[in-house]
Design a binder for this molecule. Structure first.
Ligand code: E4P
Length: 289
């Protein structure tokens, strides 16, 4: 599994590169917004800052368009590609799978843009993917990458269930599914009113019970049809999610800096280090002198 870092913070990118585990970078407008002070501090322009990111990274760097309709997104993709791809030949254009923000808005602009950019040989990353069927359409349009946002799906389902959570909390939707099945089982034969009350509670999101399950479904669909689109597990919030997507053989996970750091830590490793360090005898130390 490739590891991308989900950040526009150049210091984090440099640090992860130094560790030797970095295969690429994903940014989005919110991550760029967070990085504004970074390039202001350095007294360079945003363009220079993004060029520096492209130069540092030996792997794809996703940069997102800001327009909402297909023609504008294609124009912006060309601009981003012209400005930044020459630096290190690694720019990928992030296109939202569906740019609609209300029911009146057009819903296939993202797909149209992906299709056209594919015709122009500009690599794309279909972003804000929240369902397996969106991922299916992205692959059919020829997206180079697809980014299912698994953490945000967990957030959405938890909010629907009224579960309080912090951004980094672990959520195992399959347990919620089991509780649902158990409760429904217990209600059988009881008052129909209670049963229908139970049935009206939505535990999942159209048959998906957590973000991990969404990614699993996309992996299954892509394998069934041999789609070439690479899957980037995105909106990753904790090491449990990293393990689950790695187990299912996802192509890439884009991971925030703090979660990459968590991947290397364990209390028993630390404890073991303390003991080994204490136990180094003088004779052994002399070998290194
Ligand atoms: C993906 O490429 C996005 O940048 C990202 O994973 C969003 O994650 P978030 O839901 O933690 O903001």
């Amino acid at each position: 599994m490739k590891i991308f870092i989900d950040t526009a913070d150049i210091e984090e990118i440099k640090e992860a590169k130094k560790w030797g585990i970095l295969d690429g970078v994903t940014t989005n407008p919110s991550l760029i917004k967070k990085a504004v002070e970074k390039f202001e501090e350095r007294g360079i322009s945003m363009e220079e800052y993004i060029k520096e990111i492209c130069r540092i990274v030996d792997g794809p760097v996703s940069l997102e368009v800001k327009a909402l309709d297909a023609d504008e997104m294609i124009k912006e993709a060309e601009i981003l590609y012209d400005k930044f791809n020459d630096v290190n030949n690694n720019v990928v254009i992030k296109i939202p799978i569906n740019t609609a923000m209300s029911k009146e808005d057009k819903i296939f602009e993202g797909i149209e843009a992906i299709k056209e950019l594919n015709n122009r040989d500009i690599p794309t990353n279909a972003t804000l993917v929240m369902t397996p069927t969106q991922a299916l359409l992205a692959a059919k349009a020829g997206a180079t990458y697809v980014s299912p946002f698994l953490g945000r799906i967990d957030d959405y389902i938890r909010s629907k269930l009224g579960i309080k959570f912090g951004k980094w909390d672990l959520f195992r939707g399959k347990i919620v599914k089991k509780i649902e099945e158990k409760k429904q089982e217990e209600k059988k034969g009881e008052m129909p009113l209670l049963y229908s009350e139970m049935a009206s509670v939505e535990y999942g999101d159209n048959g998906i019970y957590d973000g991990i399950e969404m990614v699993e479904s996309i992996v299954k669909i892509y394998r069934a049809y041999g789609f070439k689109t690479k899957i980037i597990a995105a909106s990753v919030r904790n090491v449990y999610q990293v393990r689950k997507v790695a187990e299912m053989g996802v192509d890439i996970a884009t991971i925030p800096f703090n979660v990459i750091k968590e991947m290397i830590c364990h209390y028993k490793t630390m404890e073991g280090m303390k003991k080994f360090t204490e136990d180094v005898v003088e004779e052994y130390k002399r070998i290194f002198e």
